[in-house]
Design a protein around this ligand. Sequence first.
Ligand SMILES: [Zn+2]
Length: 588
Amino acid sequence: MAEAGSFADRVKQQADIVRVVGEYVRLKKTGKDFSGLCPFHQEKTPSFTVSPIKQIFYCFGCGKGGDVYNFVMDMEKCEFPEAVKVVAEKCGIAVPRQKERSLEERKENQQRSVLVEMHREAQTFFVKQLEGTPEGKAARAYLEDRGLDNDAIARFGIGYAPSGGDALLRHLKIKYNDKLLIESGLVSRDQSAGRLFDRFRRRITFPISNESGKIVAFGARALGDDMPKYLNSPETPIYSKSNVLYHMDRAKEALRRQDFAILVEGYMDVIAAARAGISNVVASCGTSLAETQIKLLGRFTKRVIVNYDPDTAGQAATERSLSLLLEQDFEVRVLALPPVGNQKADPDLFIRERGKDEYLKLLKEAPPYVDYLIARARQMDLTTGEGKQRALNFLLPYIQKIPNGILRSEWATRIAQQLRIDEPLLRSALSKAAKERRGEIKTQPELIGRTAKPVERRLIRMLAEGQDFRQELAQQLQNTQLYRGLETEKIFAALVIASLTGQPVQATEVGAVLEERDRRLFFEILFEDTNEPTREEAMSCVEALQHRQAEQELADVQRSIEANPAAPEMRGLLEKKQELMRRLAAAR
Ligand SMILES: [Zn+2]
């Protein structure tokens, strides 16, 4: 990642991992290292460790580890180039401007920044309309009716698009040409007359920001009975609705801290929740959630409570979202709000009428998605065999997605009871369905319990650290292949390759080529408290491995002898056996 001599590498050399991590985690010196509470998992006693000598961190609890860039990438949920920038800025190193690769790219960048600027100007315009025009006044009255005071209006940048049809157009036309106006999605062209007009008319406007807080689109609600009730910006070079979650820019912090998200349908729901002090809420802004939106959310938390509208569209959207969320390994609960009076309640209405505490209580009690689905299935006609089959077919695809076999089995029992379906029948349906998709089922690799003998641990440590005999040691291991067949074989293989280059070994790079459990073992070994190794010690470790190899060869030879005592090569085998026994005896 940080190639030698690159800007990233230079920044890494100058940055102090303890200082950078220390901005996020309260660290205490413990021996040579520093430790603190892991920011990546919940814990009460510190298992998160930072080594100033090795310039790496590792958490013995959750296994996260790496260099300063890995830490910042995980913490800020950003990509490598961004992490380099963050670290450079923290260390006061000037970041060179990224070279634009081509003229085309430069033009696109320019266009994008012009479009963002237009949105900023439109936002100012809409806000002014709401504040200072007679029409805006009517809009304010409507907002007040919905319980939105001046504070909320300002906080969420709510504005108003007037009814005239070309007010924004006239405002923007002074600076921007027709082509840009149309590309922005703020202005449309009348198909027949070719005339330009405002996309949003007589509507309350809600700015939609991308993840970094730049306004890239608007959502707009009709003030009167105009259809559609909700109208959004079209897809533009700066806005794709499947890439943006409303309120994500402000929810990030809370999502990470509370490690769960509340997913709602619309801006009004988000605004109601956020005003009640619930910040970890985002809206899909449309009834269906896209996979890219889920991936975006997944960078902050893997736990979500879906709280869509209780109408049919909302239910369908909930079920569609469930499938997608489960596929992306989310832990999902579903909140279906009870009616308020005789009205079906969306989060906005519910919070306004019943208050924040009641809402929080229901959130806490929100059932796992399987319970929600069973409740849905029970609404189907279960009096006939056909009806039961339909209910079962509705449930099966979701149940199959439960990764844990024991849980899946518990749910099968529960479903059988609740739907009064014969349990063996249900189980056979489940296992049949499971067989059909066996290929997709991911097996959780065994992450814990990986061990290595002291000799192996010691050698790994010597290879990873910059002792002067490291290269010699690597060469010897390479020639003799002494590490073949060891539990730690893959770690050795990676380290030997890295050592033979003559460059200092980068723990993170070695870790990156290893499987998860090997990577964890490797980092654990790096953080073991040990003495400085010597060349003599290295050689005696190598001897120990040779001894082990001889023992194994002896066992193999013995097996061959016993398997076929009449074999023509028996003489050679016996000689080999004698020689191995001599070698082993001498080593004792
Ligand atoms: Zn951790």
